[in-house]
Write a protein that binds this ligand. Structure first.
Ligand code: SER
Length: 313
């Protein structure tokens, strides 16, 4: 029998699309969605769903036992902007969720874990362009601190207890099925809604702030490829890159499709977070180890977003 998969955080930006893709590959009944809140219609209707609070270990265990699950994708986190507003809550949720899953894996109940890290692990001292896999990693945000601690805990559980846990450092992710919430890179999604509705957008980052970004399909493919790859002896949280742009460059790419589109800028506290993150990512290690390659470029992403959203908003 195929191993059954649980996605925790299936109503979130990544979780939603991950569930749908995994169901396509492994079959609807083999992929169990779970969250504290309902998800989108497609997720709720296409296969099993459980309400689940990731901070409650015995509830997680109950769901694992009920569905005979062996693989978990833990797609729950308080992102960078909300984490700055409530550091303790972000730390507690981001770490408690990870510990619960790592402990269940240590006990042999879960055989394989995916846990996402982020470009937020990098900080102001990290080289900004082509940021290497191994470099100075001193995050200056609460979210980044929780992701770096998480990477270290994953490495610990892997080397000490042999837990099979795998990670990617996602860049800003752009998608239209579910909106992101509370992140610094969210402008790159918001902009499309406003471009369609109002033909203009006021960005909360300065026009020249370059960040690494990726279209969701590539992020989902990276995630599944990594989970299917041969197991390495050591834990690595892989850098993955696709394209980088500033708000101004994204605006120009949208203007190619919507000539009336205009942009303004009103930077707020999110600017300080963005300034500590890389502009571009060196993902040689991921390419070498499991054949990672991004397929969608900036112009294709813009066209797909505009087409996708036209039908949903
Ligand atoms: N997209 C995230 C954020 O902006 C970064 O991982 O918080």
């Amino acid at each position: 029998m195929a191993s059954k998969i649980l996605i925790i955080g299936s109503s979130g930006q990544i979780g939603t699309e991950l569930v749908l893709k995994l169901r396509q590959i492994y079959g609807n009944d083999n992929v169990i969605a779970s969250d504290i809140r309902k998800g989108n219609y497609e997720v709720m209707e296409s296969g099993p769903f459980e309400f689940l609070d990731v901070t409650n270990r015995s509830d997680i265990k109950e769901v694992l036992d009920k569905h005979k699950i062996t693989e978990v994708y833990l797609m729950v986190a308080i992102l960078s902007v909300i984490a700055e507003q409530n550091p303790q809550k972000a730390w507690e949720l981001n770490m408690a969720s990870l510990f619960n899953i790592l402990e269940l894996a240590k006990d042999g109940i879960i055989k394989k874990v995916f846990w996402p890290s982020s470009i937020a692990v990098f900080g102001p001292d990290t080289p900004k362009t082509n940021t290497p896999q191994d470099t100075i990693i001193k995050p200056s945000t609460v979210y980044g601190i929780s992701k770096l601690a998480g990477e270290n805990w994953c490495a610990y559980y892997k080397s000490k207890y042999g837990v099979d846990v795998r990670s990617l450092r996602y860049p800003g992710l752009i998608s239209y099925k579910t909106t992101p919430g509370g992140g610094t890179t969210d402008y790159a999604v918001e902009i499309f809604y406003e471009a369609i509705k109002r033909k203009s957008y006021t960005c909360f980052l300065e026009e020249g702030t370059v960040l690494p970004m990726m279209y969701m399909d590539d992020a989902i493919n990276a995630t599944i490829s990594l989970m299917e790859a041969a197991l390495r002896d050591d834990y690595i949280s892989y850098n993955i890159g696709a394209f980088s742009f500033s708000p101004k460059e994204l605006g120009a790419a949208i203007k190619k499709q919507i000539p009336e589109f205009t942009m303004g800028y009103k930077p707020d506290s999110r600017q300080q977070i963005a300034e500590t993150w890389p502009e571009s990512i060196d993902d040689t290690q991921a390419k070498k180890d499991w054949g990672w390659e991004a397929k969608t470029d900036l112009d294709q992403m813009v066209i797909t977003m505009l087409q996708g959203l036209h039908y949903t908003i």
